[in-house]
Structure formats: structure tokens, C-alpha cells
Design a protein around this ligand. Sequence first.
Ligand code: PLP
Length: 378
Amino acid sequence: MKRVFLDNAATTPISPSIISMMSDMMANHFANPSSSHYFGRESKNIVEQSRKKIAKLINTSPGSIFFTSGGTESDNMAIQCSIANLGISHAITSKLSHHAVLYPLEEFESKGLVKLSYVNTDKNGVVSLDHLDELLSINDRTFVSIMHANNEIGTIQDIKKIGDICFKYDAVFHSDTVQTVGHYNFNLQELNIHFLAASAHKFHGPKGIGFIYISDDIEIKPLMLGGSQERNMRPGTENIYGIAALAMAMEEAYSNLEKDIIYIKSIKSYMIEKIKLEIPGSIFYANSEKMEESLYTVLTVSFPETEKSEMFLFNLDIMGIACSGGSACASGVSKGSHVLNEIISNAKRPGVRFSFSKHNTTEEIDYTVSKIKSLYSK
Ligand code: PLP
């Protein structure tokens, strides 16, 4: 059966050059970077060269990059360490944040350690800058966590403007950039940002490796204890293969960025036009249809109600199409996406997120749309 992978916001296939680099490294470099002998120094060098490459790509100093197990850990580190170490008594996020942000913040709130406010968002998920300003003006030292781009509906926030507002109130600003690092250019010299989070598997690297950027003016203690790795910030023997792969995936992503953006945008546009033509009545959630206001890798669609609405994703999976999302009703699971449930007005319409990579083709889109259309034929 033909299989189409349109779930690249969940994860991306690993680049073949990275797989071969990693297997070569696994065969030839096994030493612990903390060992002082030749083998250890070699491993340490791999870690530090990788850190330098990454820092250069986002225009910051290597000292502000710390390797972690990925986005969830980086988000948790920023949140938990800020609240524990920076005299934070108030936190602001949006209801559309990833659970890696919402759950730790809600946990701190439930323990009475922080007051949690949710900044208003419009019907497309865009944060109200006026409301953010207002929330910051009436509270004590605040931690703000606003994701750069939403993984489910693709909405992009202006993190330059948000950072400037946070700066005005001396707030600590964290942005979950897991969906945008490797897909958009970053110049950290131009952003008022204290923490950002990245994860290699979102841009053709392996799972279980990522980094957190911590700006030089922030002093926090480590989240975990047990070793002096990562300059005392993140204990545990370094995942040297993952670290080298993360750096390589970032280099590959940024060296082909302009070309890949043009190509992936063309795939997304093609799918938008095809859906409009073949499945009238479809609505594009949030700003998903607008290329500059949403992730070019994500298209979130509300399809017209059908008797197959309940098992829409299941039906697509049976026909070989991998995608995700969906309201409680449409996905066939008991609890739907907290993001779509926040945005959707009619839960009976199936909500589906398609997410693209450079590997997708227009033929795959033709196949996908024809199969969706078949769900509407009697
Ligand atoms: N934040 C966002 C926006 C994500 O899309 C993801 C991944 O799904 C994460 C955080 C978690 O990243 P990881 O899978 O590396 O823990």
C-alpha cells in the first residue's frame, strides 16, 4: 500500500548523511568526554565543536548553548530553574502552549509557588500584545513563556515584539522554538530573549537530543544534580552521537534553508488549492492558509462534517496517510487536542494537521486529497 508521511511536525525522518555519520562515530568514538585521556579528549572535542557550530548558526556565544534531551527538557529547565532561582512570583503563558510548558507551570501554580496568568489570544491564536503589556504592568517579577510557533495550528508569534515588552518590565522571557529552529533564521543578537528550546528530531536529526539557549545575563542552578557536565548545568554523560548529529542537522538545515523553504511552501500551497477545489466547505484553521503568518510546514484544516467524522484520522491511516490533530470527536480518542479544542467552534468537523518536509511531493498531496474526497462519497 502507498504510504504518505504528512506528520513532520511530530517528527522528521533522519537525514541519511546523519545516520552514516552517527554509525561511523558509534563504531569509532566511544570515550566519555569527561575522561582526561586521549580518547576522552577526542569525544570532548566533538561536543565542543558541535556547540560552536550551533552557536554560530543562531549568532550567539557557545557558552550560552547547553545540550539536553530535547524540547521537553529544555522547556522544563527554563521554567523550573527560573521559578526556583530568579525570584519569580508570577508566570504568563498562553492556553495554546505545548504541554511541556503548560504542565510544569500548572504544577507550580497548584503548589502555590507562582501565580499563573494566561495572555489572551485571538481566534487565530495570536497573542494580544496589549494584554501581555497589561499583565506585566500589574505584577511582580514575571516569567513569560510564549511559543514562537504553535505545533498544532502553525500560528507564529512576533517574538521580537514580545521580547521587547518583556524587557520593558524586566521580565524573564522563554520561547519554545522547537518548531522553528532549523526552519527559520535566528539572530540572537537582535532578540530580547532569555531562553529558547530546540529539538533535533524536528529538523531531520535524531530523537532525544536538543539544546537550551540561556542568555549570559541569567544565572540559574541546574535542574538535575549528579555531575559537572555542561559546565555544571546539565549532569550526565553527554550523548556525543546525538550532539554531533544535532549540529550536523542544523548545519544541513541552514545551508539549504532558502531552497527548502521555497519547495515546502510550494507543497503547502498546492495542498491548499487542491483542498479548496476538491473538498468545498473546508476551512483552514488559524492563519494556517497564510504563508507568512503561520509555519510553512503546517496546514491545519477543518473539513466539512461527514458521517465518518468520528474516525476521520483512523480512516486516513487505513488508507496509508499519516497526519495528526483533530478535535475530541474527530480523532476518535477520548480527549482531543487542547489547542484545537480552544480554537474550534464546531467539534463535529474533523480537524486535521498536515505537516510537510522537503521529502513530500505533489503526487503525495494528490493521493491524500483524493483519499479524503473518497470519505465524502456515498
Ligand atoms: N514544544 C513543541 C512546540 C513541540 O512541538 C514539541 C514536540 O512535539 C516539544 C516541545 C517537545 O519536544 P521533544 O519531543 O524534543 O521533547
